[in-house]
Design a protein around this ligand. Structure first.
Ligand SMILES: Nc1ncnc2c1ncn2[C@@H]1O[C@H](COP(=O)(O)OP(=O)(O)OP(=O)(O)O)[C@@H](O)[C@H]1O
Length: 339
C-alpha cells in the first residue's frame, strides 16, 4: 500500500448533548473518501466553521470518527498504540504553549519521545535527528534561544522541526501559517512543499491563505459551507467553480482568471483609463475600491497618466483635476461622490 493516509466512509463531527441531555453526534463532514499521498503537499481549505480542524483532528486520532476509518499505510489508525502511531504520524497544532525554560533545541528534542526508551534518554542518534530537523526548517540558529522568546514565525518553524524530529511518514498541520506575515506564510508553505517533495513525506496542512495554497499545493481538499468536500489539483477546483462557490461572499469575489479575490463594490458609475501597463492595474484597483466600473469610453470619468507624472481626472461635465498621487486621485473621486 503506497498511499500514506487514506479515509474511507469517514464522517467527522462532535459529540454534543440535546436540550434534554441526550448525547448526539453533530456531523460536520460526512462520507469522505480521501487519499493524501507521499511526496505531495495536500492543503485543506474552507471558510470558517467548514470543518477543517475537525477533519484534521480526526485524521490524527485526536477525535474519534463518527463513522468510517482512517488508515496510515493500510493500517487502521484506531488499532495502533499511541507510541506506534507517533512514529508514523506527527501533528502540529496552532496553540502556543511551551514548557517554561526550554530552549528551542530542547523543545524539538521532545519530538524524539516515541523513539527513546522508558527514561527518555537521548542517544547520539536522537541528538543528530534533532539537529537535522532544525537544519531542515532553517532554524539551526535558534537552537539555544528560549522557546518562549521566539517570534510567531520562528515558533512555527521550531514546531515543524519538532514534528520532523519524530521522523514520521505523515505530518498534519492545523493552520501553520496563522499569525505569520506574508513573507513568512510563503516561506513556511514553500518549506512544507519541500518536505513533501524532497523528503517524500505526506504533508496535509489547513490554511486560510487561499491564494498561496492555490499556487503551492499539489492537491487541495476544499470544504464548503454545505458540508461537502471536493478534492483535486488547484486548477481542477478553480476550473469547476468550486473555489468561487466556497468563498464568494457579498463583499468578495474569486476571479478564476487570476486565481485571486477581488472586492465586490456596488457600481456608482463608469470610468476609462489611459495609462501604461505598470499604472493601469493600480488605477483599476483604485477605481474598483471607489465603486467605478472600468469600461471602454464614453464614461462618466476618464483618467489619464500625464507626461509630468501626475494623474489627470476628467469628468463628463468637463471638469478636470490634476492629482500628483493615487491618494489625491482617490480623494478627488470621493469628493465627486459627495457632491
Ligand atoms: N468541541 C466542539 N463541540 C461541538 N461543535 C464543535 C466543536 N468544535 C467545533 N465545533 C463545530 O464544528 C464545526 C466545524 O468547526 P471547525 O473548528 O472544524 O471548523 P474550521 O473550518 O476549522 O473553522 P475555522 O476556519 O473557523 O478555524 C463548527 O460548526 C463548529 O461550531
Amino acid at each position: 500500500m503506497t498511499e500514506a493516509l487514506t479515509a474511507h466512509g469517514l464522517s467527522v463531527g462532535h459529540r454534543t448533548r440535546t436540550a434534554w441531555g441526550r448525547a448526539v453526534h453533530r456531523v460536520v463532514l460526512a462520507d469522505l473518501r480521501l487519499t493524501a499521498r507521499p511526496a505531495e503537499l495536500t492543503v485543506l481549505l474552507g471558510p470558517n466553521g467548514s470543518g477543517k480542524s475537525t477533519l484534521l483532528r480526526t485524521l490524527c486520532g485526536l477525535l474519534p470518527p463518527v463513522a468510517g476509518t482512517v488508515r496510515i499505510a493500510g493500517a487502521d489508525l484506531a488499532a495502533q498504540s499511541p507510541a506506534a502511531l507517533s512514529r508514523r504520524l506527527a501533528v502540529v497544532l496552532t496553540d502556543r504553549t511551551a514548557p517554561a525554560l526550554l530552549s528551542a533545541r530542547e523543545l524539538v528534542a521532545l519530538g524524539r519521545h516515541p523513539h527513546t526508551g522508558f527514561l527518555g534518554r537521548l542517544r547520539p542518534a536522537d541528538l543528530a535527528a534533532v539537529d537535522r530537523a532544525l537544519r531542515a526548517v532553517d532554524a539551526g540558529h535558534l537552537a539555544h534561544r528560549p522557546a518562549t522568546e521566539l517570534s510567531d514565525g520562528e515558533w512555527q518553524r521550531v514546531l515543524i522541526a519538532r514534528a520532523l524530529a519524530q521522523e514520521p511518514r505523515v505530518i498534519l498541520l492545523d493552520e501553520p501559517t496563522a499569525f505569520l506575515d506574508a513573507p513568512s506564510r510563503a516561506a513556511v508553505t514553500v518549506l512544507l512543499r519541500e518536505l513533501a517533495h524532497e523528503h517524500g513525506l505526506t504533508v496535509v496542512a489547513s490554511t486560510h491563505d487561499v491564494e498561496l495554497a492555490l499556487r503551492l499545493a499539489d492537491v487541495v481538499w476544499l470544504a464548503d459551507r454545505e458540508g461537502r468536500l471536493r478534492t483535486g489539483a488547484p486548477e481542477d477546483l478553480i476550473h469547476s467553480g468550486a473555489v468561487a462557490a466556497a468563498f464568494d461572499t457579498e463583499h468578495l469575489a474569486f476571479d478564476p482568471g487570476t486565481a485571486s479575490f477581488a472586492l465586490r463594490r456596488p457600481s456608482r458609475g463608469t470610468a476609462s483609463v489611459d495609462a501604461p501597463p505598470p499604472l493601469r492595474p493600480l488605477l483599476e484597483r483604485l477605481l474598483a475600491r471607489e465603486g467605478l466600473t472600468v469600461a471602454p469610453g464614453p464614461t462618466d470619468i476618464h483618467i489619464t497618466a500625464a507626461d509630468d507624472d501626475t494623474l489627470l481626472l476628467s469628468r463628463k461635465d468637463g471638469g478636470t483635476v490634476r492629482a500628483p498621487t493615487f491618494e489625491d486621485l482617490a480623494r478627488a473621486l470621493r469628493t465627486d461622490k459627495e457632491e
